[in-house]
Design a protein around this ligand. Structure first.
Ligand code: ZN
Length: 288
């Protein structure tokens, strides 16, 4: 599908659009998420850098990562102009790579959404309004509860991919059990969509070589990690204080998802980045 690239706007112009008049300085602190419930566990093993808002500066440029509560930058109509294509040599067999960021200078970032338990009806509407592709990683229970919902979420591009059937910690499982979890979920998705996604994300982001080999055995060509996260309506960076081109952004089907996507739209527009389909950069061999 085609994607669209925001025109370059000055940060001040976008601030004016959103009615933002003050700026916040980032105060960095570290938090470790220890969520034990099924739906909140993906970031349990990651250290996240969160930019806190302190309003210590007075320029007109918003450096906070929190989306405004008023107007978002409008959808843009500029046709994509940057080159795209495979950035990896995908092995024909054996262990597939684990990727947390696409090595590209293209002004793109990638939205990925995991699990599936909370299915906010505003989310597919928001993604359609801004023509944003989303790459989903779902588990059996929540996916089968409403497969049509996930189809609507990907109506503007992206794909629906395996996140294992039951969200178990893969490194505790045998190679064959891992394969059943990873490939079994892809098969289930394939019963509901014409082409199941060819990417994989491990529960909790924890994988080993057996995971990579199991994924490769059923037509998956990359295990995706992440380089930024969305939580509580904020963009949180693992490096620096803004998005990097090629960042894979992780969030979840939770009650903050709508606000999280708005925050990503906002921050991406400020930085002149397009939320692009990662499938363009990690195609299957033979894909266009
Ligand atoms: Zn998960």
């Amino acid at each position: 599908m085609s994607t669209q690239r925001p025109t370059k706007r000055s940060r001040a112009a976008i601030a004016a659009l959103a009615g933002v008049a003050t700026v916040t300085a980032g105060a960095m602190f570290i938090t470790s998420r220890t969520g034990s419930s099924f739906g909140r566990a993906d970031s349990a093993d990651s250290i996240e850098l969160i930019t806190a808002t302190t309003e210590a500066e007075t320029t007109t440029l918003p450096s906070t990562t929190l989306a405004p509560t008023t107007t978002l930058p409008p959808p843009t109509t500029t046709t994509k102009a940057w080159p795209k294509g495979p950035v990896l040599t995908i092995p024909a067999a054996g262990a597939v790579p684990v990727i947390s960021r696409i090595a590209t200078a293209d002004p793109v970032v990638f939205l990925t959404i995991d699990d599936g338990y909370i299915r906010d009806p505003r989310v597919p509407e928001l993604l359609a309004q801004f023509k944003i592709p989303a790459t989903l990683f779902v588990n059996q229970g929540p996916y089968l509860a409403d497969p049509d919902y996930f189809a609507r979420v990907t109506a503007s591009g992206g794909s629906i991919n395996s996140h294992t059937k039951s969200h178990r910690l893969l490194t505790k499982l045998s190679a064959s059990a891992q394969r059943a979890e990873i490939c079994g979920m892809r098969d289930i998705i394939g019963q509901h969509v014409f082409v199941p996604g060819h990417l994989f994300r491990a529960p909790f982001g924890v994988s080993n070589t057996a995971t990579q080999t199991a994924a490769g055995s059923c037509g998956i060509n990359a295990v995706l990690s992440w380089h930024a996260t969305l939580n509580d309506g904020r963009v949180q960076y693992q490096q620096g204080d803004q998005l990097q081109p090629g960042d894979i952004v992780l969030t979840h089907f939770r009650d903050d998802l709508y606000d999280n996507i708005r925050a990503l739209i906002w921050q991406s527009a400020i930085q002149g980045l397009t939320i692009a389909p990662i499938e363009d950069y990690l195609p299957l061999p033979g894909d266009g």
